[in-house]
Write a protein that binds this ligand. Sequence first.
Ligand SMILES: [Zn+2]
Length: 309
Amino acid sequence: MSESSSSTPDKSQVHKTSADNASTDICQRFLFADADVRGEIVRLTRSYTDTVSNHAYPPAVSSLLGEFLAAGVLMGSAIKYDGRLVLQVRGDGELNLIMAECTSEGAIRGIARFDVAPESADFDALTGNGVLVITVDSRHADPYQGIVSLEGESLAASLQTYFAQSEQLQSWFYFAVDEDQACGFMIQQLPGASGSDADAREESWQHLLTLAQTLTPSEMLALSNAELLHRLYHQEEVKLFPPRQFHYQCSCSRERTARALISIGKEEVDSIVAEQGAVSIACEFCGTDYRFDASEIALLFQDRGDLIH
Ligand SMILES: [Zn+2]
């Protein structure tokens, strides 16, 4: 922030709530009183470390997965849904897969998959040429899928392109991840009211964007949300909303695993049982092991509609 602004009165009205940063896994919305712009700040600690623990990810992969988790939460705040949002890359980089999932109940999980442990920390090298796919499975609406080509430099740039293309809204994303937390910051234009002055809208967006772009990783990781907004926007009137909670939770279950077995087909599953006496499937996300013995497998294929538990 420029020093020239220090002589103007401090209009900051960041409303601190008692819950500010009380939980370690939160996303908080903020709104500017004098601009058609909204923002979100996400901080994930426990849910991030739970996601990457028990996986031997190189630090750069953990870090990018942290960005994906934070991005999943930020995307969820921008898209109304009742169900599951998945953000994933389909590319030809060093990672075969990187994805994050966020449910409307605040459960998040994610995974990265590779054949050879990547040595690069470069977004382009990790993801390669490809697309970022946003899938929303809603319980009460048709599934939605948005696809945007990967912008070489960062996940943030790809998300900005997505919103520019799909919603014609300008947005700006920023991520900072260390060993203990994955943080994300977003500002986004709100759709303009009809008759609103396009030049004034653009000017106010550019002003808020320029200030946001002064954000540093250490500020993002160390400051509370209220402190962060004060640091960036102490001359603006900003309203900070109560935090929404998130937690790590894997959505795997014995029933879903049984359904996956059925989709593999009786012949193949029977051949595994013949060879090994049972079928054992470990959840790729959380490592939970689901074991089905021969009699359970027989029941599974005998009555597909009545899954065993
Ligand atoms: Zn699981």
